[in-house]
Design a protein around this ligand. Structure first.
Ligand code: TYM
Length: 511
């Protein structure tokens, strides 16, 4: 079948677009968890689009509403990112509470991650990172990025029934993590506020204490229920969830907040600090990761040093090129556009594989119009095209049939090439040294909310009980310095008044 302008029409490759009725019927059969993302299959064997409303109901996560967007704008003074405006980030947990905390204390911790399953990330993986970068810029807060080389190693070995396969030895995942780290840096994160780590390198100290404590709170049954594992799943993968969960605790990274960690040669900081554990976290990610964070939220307050329930902001999936029933997947190169693809490859993939919502023939398309709701080129534009006006105009003309599938694909190709080319230019400049700087644990520098009513220092500086009564360190505490300044000012004023009363002119050196 040919598209209206003669470009290859992809409906043949993946079957006809799903009818709305079919989507509803099949919604209960879709499978979404950290290791499986697929739409349902209808009675005719067609894969149906992921039903996000049904998913929200199943996961019990509230919708992100216009009120949230308005409040975001009020609190930050900045308009919400296009991914939020277009409800591609569509659901959340406790987003309101994070805004409350930010209004009062002026900061929180951002946390997101990537499972390095391949040397290059694809466009879908870039989505939460693009969004996270924008949040980091707007809120001016610290960010941790977890690269789960251990998870991907355990998962792949499990999938291959314990066998080592080509490109899936432990060392391969360590290498993928480094390459992905450079990809993430090239998306523009601010070094001063960002710590990126791989699990194999960083786990230890307070982080590892948090892991074992969290492992003690989770049962096999809970993990099997949330992840779809069974008794034959390797024990490493069963235990992994605790790692991804406690990575959300600020107390897993004391160094970033200027405190000591339990790592050689520093053995004094034996346990995490309560006040750091109390810093709340916001996680931007696609909704496949939600099962981890449900376990996290259920158990935050059972830790010895409890953390507030972690807030989430959840996105839909950038669909596979083949259509809205699946997500881009690194294991199927024809389903995805990689950040390492050339402009030519992007053009070829979109033209050849991108599922089209266009009419079956040129005449049909012009008569009945196209359907942007299932059209992959349109879907990609909705993620990457900044102009709301242009997107609307594209949608309307496609529905009317005045914009052809070929023209729509062309516009999409142009936008993706622009994004990927600019990315590749930045990526080429990310040296090993730059990567190491991002991966070095250090005190992060961030300013947070300038209108907050309490200072960041107050929120993250713990006063030891003895300091509150008597400070014997020789150094003044913040409170003491403030009190001293006030006392000095009062004394100055008093002195001036006394001089005035006594009728004395201030001497030159007093002026
Ligand atoms: P991973 O590598 O599968 O995915 C990385 C991030 O990309 C999101 N994602 C997508 N978003 C939009 N469209 C897609 N097609 C698409 N595919 C993947 C994922 O939701 C994720 O946000 N276990 C995790 C790594 C991890 C993590 C985290 C992720 C560790 N800690 C905290 C998010 C937040 C993983 O394998 O992600």
């Amino acid at each position: 079948m040919a598209s209206p302008d003669g470009a290859p029409h992809t409906a043949d490759a993946v079957g006809a677009p799903p009818a709305v009725e079919q989507v509803k019927q099949a919604a209960k059969e879709q499978q979404i968890d950290p290791y499986n993302v697929s739409g349902g299959v209808d009675e005719n064997g067609n894969v149906t689009a992921i039903d996000y409303d049904a998913l929200r109901v199943r996961f019990n996560t509230p919708a992100l509403t216009q009120e949230h967007l308005d409040r975001f704008e009020r609190v930050t003074g900045k308009p919400p990112h296009r991914l939020m405006r277009r409800k591609l980030f569509f659901s959340h947990r406790d987003f309101d509470k994070i805004l409350d905390y930010y209004e009062k204390y002026g900061f929180f911790l951002l946390y997101t991650g990537r499972g390095p399953s391949s040397g290059s990330m694809h466009l879908g993986h870039a989505v939460p990172f693009l969004f996270t970068k924008e949040l980091q810029d707007i809120f001016d807060v610290p960010l941790v990025v977890m690269l789960t080389d251990d998870e991907k190693f355990l998962y792949t070995r499990n999938k291959n029934q314990g066998k080592i396969t080509k490109g899936a030895a432990l060392g391969d995942f360590i290498e993928y993590a480094k390459q992905n780290c450079k990809d993430i840096i090239a998306l523009g994160f601010d070094l001063k506020k960002t710590f990126i780590y791989t699990d194999y390198e960083y786990m230890g100290g307070h982080f590892y204490q948090n892991i074992t404590e969290f492992e003690a709170l989770l049962t096999n049954n809970q993990i099997r229920g949330a992840m779809g594992f069974d008794g034959s799943t390797n024990i490493g993968l069963n235990a992994y969830a605790a790692k991804q969960c406690v990575a959300a605790f600020a107390s897993s990274y004391p160094t970033l907040f200027g405190a000591g960690d339990f790592r050689a040669p520093n053995y004094e900081e034996a346990r995490p600090r309560k006040h750091i554990a109390a810093i709340p976290t916001l996680i931007p990610c696609a909704i496949d990761q939600e099962p981890y964070f449900r376990l996290l939220r259920e158990n935050c307050d059972r830790m010895e040093f409890p953390a507030p329930k972690t807030a989430l902001i959840l996105s839909k999936f950038l669909t596979a090129l083949q259509g809205p029933g699946g997500k881009m997947s690194a294991s199927d190169p024809n389903s995805a556009i990689f950040m390492s693809d050339t402009s030519k490859q992007i053009e070829k993939k979109v033209n050849r594989f991108a599922f089209s919502g266009g009419g079956a023939t040129k005449e049909d398309h012009e008569k009945y119009g196209g359907n942007p709701d299932v059209d992959v080129a349109y879907a990609y534009l909705s993620y990457f095209l900044e102009s709301d006006d242009e997107l609307k105009e594209i949608e309307e003309s496609y529905r009317k049939g005045t914009l052809s599938t070929g023209e729509l694909k062309k516009r999409c190709i142009k936008e993706l090439q622009k994004f990927v080319e600019a990315f590749q230019e930045r990526r080429a400049k990310v040296t090993d040294e730059i990567m190491r700087e991002f991966m070095t644990p250090r005190k992060l520098e961030f300013k947070g909310n300038p209108n907050a009513t309490a200072s960041i220092e107050e929120a993250v500086t713990e006063k030891k009980p003895e300091e509150k009564q008597e400070n014997t360190s020789g150094k003044l505490t913040k409170g003491e310095r403030k009190a001293l300044k006030i006392a000095e000012k009062k004394a100055e004023k008093l002195a001036l008044r006394e001089k005035g009363q006594a009728g004395e002119e201030p001497k030159a050196e007093d002026a």
